[in-house]
Design a protein around this ligand. Structure first.
Ligand code: IPE
Ligand code: IPE
Ligand code: MG
Length: 250
């Protein structure tokens, strides 16, 4: 039976986040340099993005480059940045055809000028698209984001624009890069690693975590559908008891 037909379309997550991991190991297993894995990972990005948009997921956030990834060999970092520019330019058509709006989170001040420029152009070109929002996390880390948010809140307090007693969870959420986006209900990590690696720490407070051994370049539509099914089989209790949930309609 087609796995897609098992998905309950009335209970789709609005926002799915993915830690796309395993490109290097996949390449090594194929006797190729790491960048071969990154190149093949782009195919997975296209397929999963299209699958998410077709199903009706509203927001898809992909972790593409972490703050910590600058610590990799310069040749790999440069190859990744070049691949990013090529991919963004090439995939604008896919985004337009699928009515997908591109956004980013992360610190762009350190990205190479060409990369930042390509991103800005794609964001601008797709800004009116309404079917799904694709958010690329680039030079992103959750601790950086929370530190930045804290600085901005502190500045407002010190200039007298904000009373510390008025700071709520909402205030913090509004100062994150993800302001205005719903929190992801589902976080997927590929490649068998079971860690978060500094991704969306605040926003995943109540997300369901799905870890799959599949390497990112092998992660295609059926794997995405399977992760959605895993999500739909979970009981999201939000601190309550199972009995409470069956008597409430949550
Ligand atoms: C994920 O794959 C892509 C990035 C982090 C940019 P990796 O490059 O981390 O691949 P592994 O984890 O070394 O196999
Ligand atoms: C996390 O993958 C970052 C991205 C997917 C962009 P890493 O491969 O960098 O994470 P660690 O180092 O294994 O935790
Ligand atoms: Mg990795």
């Amino acid at each position: 039976m087609d796995i897609r037909t098992q998905i309950d379309m009335t209970r789709l997550p609005r926002h799915v986040a993915i830690i796309m991991d395993g490109n290097g190991r996949w390449a090594k297993a194929h006797g190729q340099p790491r960048v071969f894995g990154h190149r093949n990972g782009v195919k997975s990005v296209r397929e999963v993005t299209e699958a998410a948009a077709e199903l009706g997921v509203q927001y898809l956030t992909l972790y593409a480059f972490s703050t910590e990834n600058w610590g990799r060999p310069a040749s790999e970092v440069n190859a990744l940045m070049r691949l990013l520019v090529q991919t963004i330019r090439k995939e604008i058509k896919t985004l337009q055809d699928n009515q997908i709006r591109l956004q980013t989170i992360g610190d762009h001040s350190r990205l190479p000028a060409k990369t930042a420029q390509a991103l800005l152009e794609a964001i601008e070109a797709t800004r009116e698209n309404t079917r799904m929002t694709l958010i690329l996390a680039l030079n992103y880390s959750a601790k950086w984001e929370l530190t930045e948010a804290t600085r901005r809140i502190a500045r407002k307090v010190s200039s007298g624009h904000l009373d510390p007693d008025q700071i709520t969870e909402q205030t913090i959420a509004e100062h994150l890069n993800t302001a205005g986006l719903p929190d992801p209900e589902l976080l997927i990590r590929t490649s068998g690693e079971t860690r978060i690696s500094n991704f969306l720490l605040w926003q995943i407070a109540y997300a369901e975590l799905v870890f799959t051994p599949v390497m990112w370049p092998d992660f295609r539509r059926p794997d995405f559908y399977q992760a959605l099914l895993d999500f739909q089989h979970r009981e999201r209790r939000f601190g309550k008891t199972s009995d409470q949930l069956s008597t409430q309609n949550v």
